[in-house]
Design a binder for this molecule. Structure first.
Ligand code: BQZ
Length: 694
């Protein structure tokens, strides 16, 4: 893995700041200023897609000695060869930066989220930070594709080991891995896939975590079981290969149907709420297909996970993975994750909050620093998103309804975007070459980004006030804030409630910047800061006027969660969903965005796809579909004792680094292993039992 000298960045801080000062502002729409060159991008070592993994039977298999001694020889577990599928997923040694590894040690995460329970398919968060990514294996996998050239990219096989298109391209036959088992030994098969599809995606009363809906896989798409290890997709479009990305994390990761189905209202007397809450955080040993199983939960303290004895992946020597026996998720704050990673009491962090950049860089620059720190491309971005629903999504009151009508007014949106001093916003987070002027739309770090297709309304407060007047808003009571027109919301001051994730310093800093800059424009903004899970619920249910939203994968990769780029379905967009009647009241430019995204999804011609994304970027930014705030690079911080970290891993692209680094392949040399295991030589117990077993 390339790591640059963090000192080079510290030295570059002064130079880049002066570059910023040269960027003059203009009143007319223009293209955004060229982002400051960032001297420290980790260099990715590109590889061929088929150099990463394959499925095949090996002549022999191995496991940690203590598993053989304490569990196989005592009859508690079958021999490892009988716990693996006929053809396990084999990670190829050639793609392992440090080769095959040895067993032992622990990966210590620190997270700012908190678990709601283990029912991922019914929408419960496990606290983020890599927990759900590790538990929820999905049909395909995309995060490791950051190391594959875009032209060679197609999602990697995972639970789906292969797939075939029909000659007309409307049917996709997917072959599931055969003989794999859940962590409790129960077989994995098509019934798990169909339960997730029929009873958690298609069932309108259930919303899986990360927001999968039927339209995520194309309007009118169907899925059916052919046999225990074969399912068949049917699509309206021909060869919509784009949907193979939607079959990866977080939108097609089936849960254990043998545990979930008995609690589902279709098969029990439970309500949907009871189904969702049937597996609280205290429910241990929830069966997973992932490499580690939750065995211990101490509220506000830690979640501990132990290796899954039925994990269906191996290295080329036949060693059953993972190499690491245990995972910790210390339940703290996101900011503390950075602090602990550079201090060495935690092992990994996505350095994503610029307020921590300088302190983390200084710590990592010390000769005896326990962790490596490497910045990637500028793919972390924030937008101010406006609720565009005027027909009832989120049940707005009179004031909020009036705000939504304003959100739908182009002059109002232009006023807001032109009132933002994005240089000041970026500097409020961190000074130096990190942040860039970001008008909204696709991230400048994605391969689909085209600066000349990006419309930027530069900071111009006077011009912004003129736009506000064009929107019909005047300060009729002389208190410095514009008023609703008489007869609307009582002619009171225009007051916007801004939804913010209270778990992030950066989100709050940006929100406070918006409040201050909108006050100068004459709009009162009131912050509604909620903890992560509550903030996410408020977003999904439309209970917001505006929100500060960190960009998700559709803006950092385009091909992942593409459906979130525009309201292509009733429940696919971050800022515009349907109320009970299922109708999204699209504005004309939104219809154009929907059309562009649908065309993108239905073509595999790379030139057409690039052109369509230029069109998307122009329509999106010209109409201020979302109001960019800032964008900057993130850095991966990882303890130096770990081997097999791919060079230049970005903290965010097709997914977060917890997925991209392929944790199941990480290992620690015997002479560097820490004594961090809390349950040494123990394995997960039975579903619902109190903890691990000896
Ligand atoms: C990374 C990530 C792994 C979710 C979450 C959190 C939720 C959102 C988002 C990030 C956290 C970390 O992000 O900030 O670095 O570890 O978990 O899932 O912000 O509130 O809903 O989309 O991924």
């Amino acid at each position: 893995m390339t790591h640059f000298r963090p000192t080079s960045i510290l030295a570059g801080l002064a130079l880049a700041t002066s570059v910023f000062a040269m960027n003059a502002h203009a009143s007319d729409p223009t293209t955004p200023p060229v982002p400051p060159v960032f001297p420290a991008e980790g260099k990715i070592k590109y590889v061929a897609r088929d150099s990463i993994e394959e499925f095949k039977a090996l002549p022999e298999y191995h496991e940690p000695d203590w598993v053989t001694e304490k569990f196989v020889k005592t009859g508690k577990l079958p021999p490892v060869k009988d716990r693996l599928p006929k053809e396990p997923l084999v990670f190829k040694t050639g793609n392992m930066p440090d080769g095959t590894g040895v067993y032992g040690d622990t990966l210590r995460h620190v997270i700012g989220g908190r678990p709601e329970g283990w029912n991922y398919g019914a929408g419960q968060s496990q606290g983020w930070g890599g927990i759900d990514i590790g538990l929820s294996e999905c049909l395909t996998r995309t995060a490791p594709l950051f190391q594959v050239e875009a032209k060679d990219t197609e999602p990697l096989p995972n639970l789906a080991k292969s797939w075939d298109w029909s000659p007309d391209g409307h049917k996709l036959t997917m072959h599931l891995i055969e003989g794999a088992k859940w962590s409790d030994g129960y077989p994995f098969n098509a019934d798990d896939v169909m339960f997730y599809w029929d009873d958690e995606v298609v069932d309108p009363n259930v919303s899986p975590l990360n927001g999968a809906t039927p339209e995520t896989f194309g309007v009118g798409t169907t899925l059916k079981k052919i046999d225990d290890y074969t399912v068949e997709w049917t699509f309206k479009d021909a060869f919509p290969k784009q949907y193979l990305y939607a079959m990866a994390y977080g939108t097609f990761c089936p849960g254990p149907a043998h545990i979930l189905k008995p609690q589902h209202p279709k098969y029990s007397k439970n309500t949907y709420e009871q189904f969702k809450n049937a597996f609280p955080p205290e429910y241990m040993n929830m069966p997973v297909m992932g490499a580690w199983v939750p065995v211990e939960y101490r509220p506000d303290d830690i979640i501990v996970m132990r290796r899954n004895p039925y994990y269906w992946k191996v290295d080329e020597k036949g060693n059953q993975l993972p190499y690491l026996n245990e995972l910790h998720y210390k339940l703290s704050t996101w900011a503390d994750r950075d602090v602990q990673a550079v201090a060495g009491s935690g092992d990994i962090s996505n350095l994503e909050q610029p307020e921590n950049f300088v302190a983390s860089l200084k710590k990592a620059a010390q000769p005896d620093a326990p962790a490596r720190l490497a910045f990637g491309p500028r793919l972390i971005g924030y937008n101010l998103r406006m609720n565009f629903s005027a027909n009832g999504w989120g049940n707005p009151d009179e004031r909020s309804q009036a705000i939504r009508e304003l959100n739908r007014n182009e002059d109002f949106r232009k006023a807001v975007t032109m009132a933002l001093d994005r240089k000041a916003i970026g500097d409020s987070l961190v000074k130096g070459p990190f942040t860039a002027i970001y008008p909204g739309g696709l991230s400048s770090g994605t391969s689909f980004y085209d600066r000349n297709s990006t419309v930027y309304y530069p900071f111009d407060l006077a011009g912004a006030k003129a736009e506000l007047a064009k929107a019909g808003l005047k300060d009729t009571d002389g208190d410095g804030f514009v008023n609703f027109p008489a007869g609307t919301a009582g002619g009171k001051d225009v007051e916007v409630v801004l939804l913010v994730n209270n778990d992030y310093t950066t989100d709050k800093t940006l929100a406070e910047g918006v409040v201050g800059q909108m006050e100068k424009l004459g709009i009162r903004v009131v912050i509604n800061a909620l903890s992560g899970n509550q903030r996410d619920d408020a977003n999904y249910s439309g209970r917001f006027d505006w929100m500060v939203q960190r960009n998700a994968t559709e803006l950092s990769s385009v091909v992942q969660n593409t459906e979130q780029l525009a309201p292509i379905g009733p429940r696919t967009s971050w800022d515009h969903r349907a109320p009970e009647n299922g109708q999204v009241d699209l504005m004309p430019f939104e219809k154009d965005l929907v059309d562009i995204v649908n065309k993108f999804t239905s073509t595999q011609d790379n030139d057409k796809r690039a052109e369509l994304m230029k069109q998307f970027q122009k329509v999106s930014t010209e109409n201020v579909y979302n109001v960019g705030l800032t964008e900057y690079p993130g850095a991966l911080i990882i303890n130096k004792r770990f081997s097999n970290i791919p060079q230049g891993t970005p903290i965010f692209m097709f997914n977060w680094a917890e997925d991209s680094i392929i944790r199941e392949r990480l290992w620690v040399a015997a002479d560097k292993q820490g004594k961090y295991e809390l349950f040494p030589q123990q394995l997960p117990g039975k579903p619902g039992a109190s903890g691990p077993i000896n």
